[in-house]
Design a protein around this ligand. Structure first.
Ligand SMILES: Cc1cc2nc3c(=O)[nH]c(=O)nc-3n(C[C@H](O)[C@H](O)[C@H](O)COP(=O)(O)OP(=O)(O)OC[C@H]3O[C@@H](n4cnc5c(N)ncnc54)[C@H](O)[C@@H]3O)c2cc1C
Length: 322
């Protein structure tokens, strides 16, 4: 009953969302097998941390064509390896990349694919709980399949360091052809030097339509900088062209799990909350005491963000030694 987890990594450091997927996979049925697949020669560096999280073997796929993300190639590698090791389930994080790859893998083998899973029991058929409709409902489902193909909702399952020994590393070169590599990433545009990414920030300060304009983000940017955080926004803002889509938090934007989320002039639509529900604490700043976001917030200030945010910035500056 081996479970195979597709682990995303940056130069051998596994993504937190992939460690969460490993934690869910550990609960998948009896048996000693918990294998991981990392793509790219530098993935072997993940063996120690993955071993601590319960992985016994890390399969490292090395191929000249895998230098850039190529979803069909990744899907082929996943399918072939799952077949070779006899994996009863394949698990990945429900990131853009994880969902893309596992959906393509499912299409290749004509099996069902369950995305955004938060809990699983059984071992074929499996009983799943998964997030639907942007987080507004949890679905209980039964999965009948030869092999379970799952992705795990980010920040819904805690990663768990079990203190295990380093995993064994097994490099291999997968067979790939030109068709597998036809779709691939040609360019990556990073965050500005020194900037913290929205997905990883411990503090995110967001604004919505209440900011009023692109210029209305000045206070929000200042507060984010003072707190060492990132700036986010709602979809109303990206549609208005005030901020780029990379700043959008929500169902069709980035899903975040910071220690603190400050939501200024954001009403709290379901699709927005789907992206920030993982925050440990939410502070809402809104002129409307009836705004829906208040029911999901831990703290609230009823007031105009153009007055409240500069006042918070001033207090922070005052409290800091010069
Ligand atoms: C398929 C689909 C996917 C979507 N995906 C996303 C998504 O990923 N992310 C997302 O955000 N939305 C998403 N949406 C849109 C979502 O439904 C809402 O329309 C959007 O979140 C509203 O943005 P908002 O809260 O900024 O604006 P509004 O709903 O207009 O709210 C503005 C808020 O600002 C307050 N306000 C106004 N002036 C001030 C002021 N001066 N100071 C303080 N408060 C003030 C108001 O009281 C109000 O609560 C999606 C919708 C659909 C249909």
């Amino acid at each position: 009953m081996t479970a195979l987890v597709l682990v995303e990594h940056e130069a051998g450091t596994p993504a937190e969302t992939s460690l969460q997927a490993v934690a869910l996979a550990r609960g998948l049925g009896p048996g000693p097998g918990l294998d991981a697949l990392v793509i790219g020669a530098d993935g072997g560096g993940a063996a120690a941390l993955l071993g601590a999280h319960g992985v016994t073997t890390v399969h490292v796929a090395e191929h000249d064509g895998l230098g850039a993300f190529a979803p069909d190639a990744w899907a082929r590698v996943v399918v072939d390896l799952a077949e070779r090791i006899g994996a009863s389930s394949v698990v990945a994080a429900a990131t853009e990349r994880g969902n893309d790859v596992i959906a393509r893998a499912a299409a290749r083998v004509d099996e069902p694919f369950a995305a955004n899973v938060v809990a699983v029991a059984g071992g074929g058929p499996w009983t799943l709980t998964r997030v639907r409709w942007g987080g507004s409902l949890l679905e209980e489902a039964r999965l009948d399949a030869g092999r379970a193909l799952l992705t795990v909702q980010p920040h819904a399952v805690a990663a768990a360091d079990a203190g295990g020994p380093a995993a064994a590393v097994e490099p291999f070169t997968p067979p790939l052809d030109a068709a597998d590599l036809a779709v691939h990433v040609t360019e990556r545009v990073g965050t500005p030097a020194g900037g913290v990414s929205l997905a990883d920030a411990k503090v995110v300060v967001s604004a919505g339509r209440g900011a009023g304009s692109a210029e209305g983000f000045a206070g929000v940017e200042e507060l984010a900088a003072l707190l060492g955080g990132a700036v986010g926004c709602s979809r109303a803002v990206t549609i208005a062209g005030w901020r780029p889509h990379t700043d959008q938090v929500g169902q069709t934007g980035t899903k975040i799990a910071p220690d603190l989320y400050v939501a200024c002039g954001i009403s709290g639509a379901t699709q927005h909350m789907a992206g920030c529900r993982g925050a440990k604490a939410i502070l809402a700043i809104n002129t409307d005491p009836e705004a829906p976001i208040l029911s999901g917030a831990d703290y609230a200030v009823i007031g105009d963000l153009h007055e409240v945010v500069p006042a918070i910035c001033a207090e922070i500056r005052k409290a800091r030694p010069t």
